[in-house]
Write a protein that binds this ligand. Structure first.
Ligand code: G3P
Ligand code: CA
Ligand code: CA
Length: 222
């Protein structure tokens, strides 16, 4: 009966949300079953409404404990402290390891631009900056997603979700990264780096709001 129930819910045979949209003309946001390239059946969220829909959720970045500086749960930076000798941190941005409940992976673009401490210099070595459909601007120039960003101390962040940095204190609004954040060692180390430099959720000076600090950043592929 369990298998029967499950099969009843698999209405669509598809590899991606885009395929569900295109093949079956589905336009409702929600959870759908997809089949991975290796034949594994898994469930994920499809955004079928934003910018034409067909977006497959592939990952999420969440800060479980802003007070834990590169400790357990900082899987997008380092779970083992801020350490110059571990510039990749957990290596999440360059490996194919999956974790969590969604069979997720970063895209090829992220893997082309490894995120690790010390391999680049602020502004000149940053990765692509792409205009996106996004409804929240924080500081600097909103309306973009930027990849592989370095701060003043060469700490590497993976994504600036919603903004294009025009300065180098990117640790206050960019997320994920390598395994070493030198400034204020180790307080800037973590999945949400230094969102709390001027206090937790205070939304003043160098701190993000509580809403942003406690949000998850969802990454979609189409
Ligand atoms: O990222 C902010 C930091 O580099 C400077 O902080 O407290 O000296 O303004 P503060
Ligand atoms: Ca985390
Ligand atoms: Ca700084």
């Amino acid at each position: 009966p369990e298998i029967g129930k499950l099969l009843g819910r698999i209405k669509y045979v598809a590899r991606s949300c885009k395929e569900i949209r295109d093949k079956y003309q589905v336009h409702d946001d929600g959870l759908y079953y997809l089949i991975s390239s290796s034949g594994v059946l898994y469930q994920t969220f499809c955004d079928m409404t934003t910018a034409g829909g067909g977006w497959t959720l592939v990952a999420s970045v969440h800060e479980n404990n802003m007070y834990g500086k590169c400790t357990v749960g900082d899987r997008w930076s380092s779970e083992q402290g801020s350490n110059e000798k571990r510039p990749n941190g957990e290596g999440t941005w360059e490996n194919r390891v999956t974790f969590g409940t969604v069979e997720g992976a970063t895209s090829d673009d992220y893997k082309k631009f490894p995120v690790r401490f010390g391999i680049g210099t602020c502004i000149i070595d940053n990765g692509p900056v792409i205009p996106i459909v996004y409804d929240t601007g924080i500081i600097f120039e909103p309306g973009f997603i930027a990849f592989r960003v370095f701060n003043t101390e060469k700490a590497a962040m993976a994504i600036c979700s919603g903004v294009k940095p025009t300065g180098c204190h990117t640790e206050h609004f960019c997320i994920g990264g390598g395994g070493h954040f030198p400034e204020g060692f180790p307080v800037q180390c973590g999945d949400f780096a230094s969102f709390d430099w001027s206090g937790y959720g205070t939304n003043v000076e160098w701190s993000a709001s509580k809403e942003i600090t406690e949000a998850a950043v969802l990454l979609f592929y189409r």
